[in-house]
Design a binder for this molecule. Structure first.
Ligand SMILES: *[C@@H]1O[C@H](CO)[C@@H](O)[C@H](O)[C@H]1NC(C)=O
Ligand SMILES: *[C@@H]1O[C@H](CO)[C@@H](O)[C@H](O)[C@H]1NC(C)=O
Ligand SMILES: *[C@@H]1O[C@H](CO)[C@@H](O)[C@H](O)[C@H]1NC(C)=O
Ligand SMILES: *[C@@H]1O[C@H](CO)[C@@H](O)[C@H](O)[C@H]1NC(C)=O
Length: 409
């Protein structure tokens, strides 16, 4: 069934491409001008359009990657750091518009909002010496390196610029995986966060339910050719995205996206679909996906498996070591959903059982909410964001009486 749909979908894309030249202007003809405009804007352009202050900061990691951070500055206010998931970017926190985006809500609620971009994505294809277009060494990273280098550099930058001792962290999916890597391997960073909010967090993947055809396409993409790390799904604001060419191509892209993240038409503002595909996918390294696929097979949460010979050289043992998540002392809030093929509740519960300081372990009861609804869902501004914020505020207060916390949702 899935495979037939894939065949139909791929045919649809081919037809769409055939007619693409005559179909130019599809967006403009079918969507409000403001929507096709948003689809083509960068994160900073979107913030400017909706009249929010905005700043770009370039952060150099200790292994020489240059990351683009985006800030909605409110100097003197408590800083928050928002980190997106795989193939995503800082735009994810604002692209559904000021009435919906969590970053707008946090700014309007009085925060100094910082949004990270992990190495290799649209805003962080940059390095002090390597050229992402020429040097395959640039792409030699997984989310392990994001946890070891990117997050510490971003956190230190935010704290240095704002002169605050701690920030509140919000991480979606891979933005939580890399946090767990950092907080377990570099324990001193636990003291720099009031609270880590993990949205549909990912560490264990033993129960992942991604459809077979997705895995087949992914494996073909990442294992054909060489063993070298390469860039996948590069984003470009200049070229018209294949998903934005016609009704058919957009439907196929939506089908493909929903099959990966869980189908929930109800929370999706359909007028905004072009904006999603104007910003996603935002590019990644094949090693990020390979590393996740290793976890689906092993059922463990461990460092990259290079094969026995190289493992012995790098780790001093034949198999890759597990991340010591028992050393994570930062308070962790976990928010997850039923209709999520990636962060399956069984796997998140297992993570919650092993983390020493879980302060919120919340599986939303709605059976339809998917892997991205907490960020993109049309009703989240009312149904989830206020609670999440209220709990964060309790951890941001100077802790005088820990026992007075009320963590009810
Ligand atoms: C790379 O980083 C430098 C800052 O070190 C910045 O000026 C430049 O615009 C960045 N290039 C890209 C393509 O992001
Ligand atoms: C990729 O990174 C790993 C770990 O840092 C290193 O051992 C390996 O030599 C690198 N490979 C290439 C081709 O740069
Ligand atoms: C932050 O400031 C400290 C001390 O002033 C400095 O050592 C460190 O390199 C700075 N880090 C960043 C990321 O700017
Ligand atoms: C959906 O998006 C459109 C265009 O941005 C907006 O006008 C509308 O209010 C949104 N609807 C909901 C339910 O958020």
């Amino acid at each position: 069934m899935d495979n037939w749909l894939t065949v139909y979908g791929l045919s649809a894309i081919c037809i769409a491409m055939q007619f693409s030249s005559s179909r130019a202007g599809f967006l403009e003809r079918n969507y409000p001008p403001s929507v096709s405009e948003d689809a083509h804007m960068t994160t900073l352009e979107l913030l400017a359009k909706y009249k929010y202050p905005n700043e770009a900061h370039f952060v150099t990691t200790s292994d020489n990657y240059i990351l683009g951070m985006h800030r909605i500055p409110r100097p003197g206010a408590q800083p928050v750091l928002l980190v997106h998931g795989i193939l995503d970017s800082s735009a994810t926190w604002i692209m559904m518009g000021p009435q919906s985006g969590l970053a707008y809500y946090l700014y309007d609620s009085g925060y100094d909002v910082w949004m990270g971009n992990s190495r290799g994505n649209t805003y962080s294809r940059n390095h002090t010496s390597l050229d992402p277009n020429e040097d395959s060494a640039f792409w030699n990273f997984s989310w392990h390196e994001m946890g070891i280098y990117d997050l510490p550099a971003m956190i230190d930058t935010v704290l240095n610029v704002t002169r605050f001792a701690k920030l509140t962290y919000y991480g979606h999916s891979q933005g939580s995986t890399s946090f767990f890597v950092m907080a377990s391997k570099l324990p001193e960073y636990n003291d720099k966060v009031h609270l880590m909010n993990g949205f549909t967090p990912v560490a264990f993947l033993g129960h992942m339910k991604t459809p077979t055809f997705h895995l087949i396409i992914t494996k073909v993409l990442i294992f054909t050719g060489s063993n070298e790390a390469i860039e996948l799904y590069r984003h470009s604001h200049d070229n018209m995205h294949i998903c934005l060419l016609s009704v058919l191509s957009m439907r196929f892209c939506l089908y493909y996206l929903f099959s990966a993240i869980g189908n929930n038409e109800r929370e999706l503002n359909k007028t905004m679909i072009p904006v999603i595909f104007g910003h996603l996918p935002a590019g990644c390294s094949t090693l990020q996906i390979k590393h996740y696929l290793q976890l689906t097979r092993s059922g463990r949460f461990h460092a990259f498996d290079y094969g026995a010979k190289i493992n012995r050289r790098i780790y001093g043992r034949l198999d890759p070591p597990d991340y010591p998540i028992g050393r994570i002392t930062a308070p962790i809030a976990l928010y997850y959903t039923h209709n999520d093929p990636i962060s399956v509740p069984e796997d998140v519960q297992r993570l919650a059982n092993q983390l020493p300081n879980v302060v919120v372990n919340h599986l939303y009861s709605n059976p339809k909410w998917n892997h991205l609804d907490i960020m993109w869902g049309a009703s989240m501004r009312f149904r989830t964001h206020p609670h999440i914020l209220a709990i964060s505020r309790q951890f941001e207060k100077t802790i005088e009486n820990e026992h007075s916390f009320d963590l009810r949702i």
